[in-house]
Design a binder for this molecule. Structure first.
Ligand SMILES: Cc1ncc(COP(=O)(O)O)c(C=O)c1O
Length: 412
């Protein structure tokens, strides 16, 4: 919900230059109504019994989580900390699923005590530990196996998870045996099957291919007298980072997947990026401009510690000035202040010459943005602001220098 009104760029009905004035820069700015719209797209597409479990790794700000919990979302979590955040935000534990290749005993115990819906189990050793801890607590643990379907979607290798040889899940060929083993465990209830093949996937064909392979396992498992209630299809739908990209919609995705399974199945989807990415942007100020070695640079107060995606995955975020100008466009690198050559927000962008102190918006940074930020170079974490109509509310205060020393015992 970004638009120019006159010369000014707005998020919903709030001028970004007003946000910069009031809250400072750099700042993550979210649109509440874009977030709601993105979630409703999934909810409306879910014509079968099931749950949309928001992948909270993409953005775990308490205010964002609360909005989604209120809309009836479930949560896909990957750590005890995420489960804690989701419970605090009001998610119903019976809608929380928990994946991750390295769940610790403490995390498993925490999840069991809080009665989550199910563990998406990624190895037989993990299954043993869950069974043991459930026995100690005198409870039954509901599980799905995360199956690696050996499907290679068209996306960046770092966010490909369903390909043969990645660390994720139980290998396709071992899936049926894993279920047969789980059936013998005293404290385990088999509830479902899970797969997540990767992220920023624009088309549906890899999802459909994975779903077909998963259904084959379901049939084989059910032939062994084991009932599979939930088909958890993971997340992974992409968004339009680059103008002209045409990501499939939740409706297109689900209408390909539903007919592949028996009618009585319940479904879980775990979207993350496609809910939060386009609902958030990074507002940064140009501190300096320079020309060096024949190249033009805009140096912003946002660095790779604030938004690591460009450095980490060579990810593309559109960058636009928040004031419309008729200034001539120049090929420019937008870089941060950190002492690493990989500290850039965008390279070779055609941008108007922005004045010193002017602001840029690094678009679609609501997923894997603030959530992946760090204090590298001892840079305090950023402020986060939520816009709802014409109201802008601070949902995370900008950290101060003292916060940098908060947990360091010799700092007093
Ligand atoms: C198990 C699982 N589910 C869901 C997601 C969310 O993926 P996306 O943000 O691409 O929708 C991830 C992301 O890594 C994941 O690992």
């Amino acid at each position: 919900m970004l638009s120019f009104k006159g010369k000014d760029l707005y998020v919903e009905n709030v001028k970004l230059s007003d946000i910069a004035k009031k809250f400072g820069t750099s700042t993550y700015v979210y649109s509440k109504n874009q977030l709601i719209k993105n979630f409703q797209n999934y909810k409306n597409a879910l014509t079968k019994d099931g749950i949309i479990c928001f992948a909270c790794k993409t953005n775990s700000n308490a205010a964002i989580l609360k909005i989604l919990a209120k809309l009836g979302a479930g949560a896909d979590t990957t750590s005890g900390g995420e489960i804690y955040r989701c419970l605090k935000a009001g998610f119903n534990p019976s809608k929380i699923v928990y994946a991750g290749v390295g769940k610790t005993a403490e995390e498993i115990e925490y999840a069991l005590k809080n009665k989550i819906l199910m563990f998406n189990v990624e190895s037989l050793e993990e299954l043993d530990l869950i069974d043991k801890i459930a026995g100690k607590l005198k409870v039954k643990a509901k599980i799905a196996f995360r199956i690696n379907p050996h499907v290679d979607p068209d996306t960046h290798s770092y966010i490909t998870t369903g390909k043969k040889g990645t660390k994720f899940g139980i290998a396709y060929d071992d899936a049926v045996n894993a279920y047969v083993t789980a059936k013998k465990k005293k404290n385990i209830i088999i509830s479902g099957i899970h797969s997540h093949i990767g992220s920023q996937i624009l088309e549906t064909k890899s999802f459909a291919l994975a779903a077909k392979k998963i259904n084959k396992i379901v049939k084989d498992v059910e032939a062994n007298g084991i009932n599979i209630e939930y088909i958890d299809c993971g997340g992974g739908l992409g968004i339009e980072y680059v103008k002209g990209e045409k990501p499939a919609t939740p409706k297109q995705l689900m209408s390909e997947i539903f007919p592949l399974f028996d009618k009585d199945k319940k479904f879980i989807f775990e979207p993350g990026r496609s809910i939060t990415a386009s609902a958030g942007h990074l507002l940064a100020k140009v501190i300096y401009r320079k020309i060096s070695g024949g190249k033009s640079f805009l140096i912003t107060d946002a660095g790779m510690n604030d938004l690591i995606r460009p450095s980490f995955y060579d990810a593309y975020h559109e960058i636009i000035p928040i004031k419309r100008t008729s200034a001539k466009k120049v090929k420019t690198d937008v870089v941060g202040p950190i002492c690493e050559s990989s500290d850039f927000m965008g390279k070779d962008r055609m941008l108007p010459v922005v004045e010193q102190g002017g602001c840029l918006l690094i678009k679609d940074a609501g997923a894997y943005g603030a959530a992946m930020s760090s204090q590298y170079n001892s840079r305090p974490l950023l402020a986060e602001v939520l816009v709802d109509g014409n109201k802008a509310t601070l949902i995370k205060r900008r950290a101060a220098y003292e916060d940098l020393l908060l947990n360091e015992t010799s700092s007093k």
